[in-house]
Design a protein around this ligand. Structure first.
Ligand SMILES: [Zn+2]
Length: 113
């Protein structure tokens, strides 16, 4: 079992931000960086980046981009409770699944890919 499976957040989850300027915002997880304990959330922690022109593919200018935030600064939103919840881990057969501690919803099996 890799460390990745123990994380409470996965790509595609909806999370709520717990701190920083985007506190209270909800967004979809774009990417998780397990080694750094960080993640990217859509439209959260946007930063302006100056982009160097690299024709013909890249236009120069200012682009807005998500920046990484700590995993501990987000909570997963349960699709069944529709609110941020604590996540527990359970095993179903030989699979590790994440369980909503509030309603018991299996967050991995019920998710549409
Ligand atoms: Zn729930």
């Amino acid at each position: 079992m890799s460390e990745t499976n123990k994380l409470h957040v996965k790509k595609g989850d909806t999370v709520v931000i717990l701190s920083g300027k985007d506190k209270g915002k909800q967004g979809r997880v774009l990417r998780v960086f397990p080694d750094a304990n960080k993640l990217l959330v859509e439209h959260v922690m946007m930063v302006r980046k100056h982009v160097k022109a690299n024709p013909p593919r890249v236009k120069g200018g200012i682009a807005e981009q998500e920046s990484r935030i700590a995993l501990s600064n987000v909570m997963v939103v349960c699709s069944s409770c529709n609110r941020p919840v604590r996540i527990g881990h359970d095993t179903k057969g030989d699979q590790s699944v994440r369980i909503c501690r509030r309603c018991g919803n299996d967050l991995d099996s019920n998710k549409k890919k």
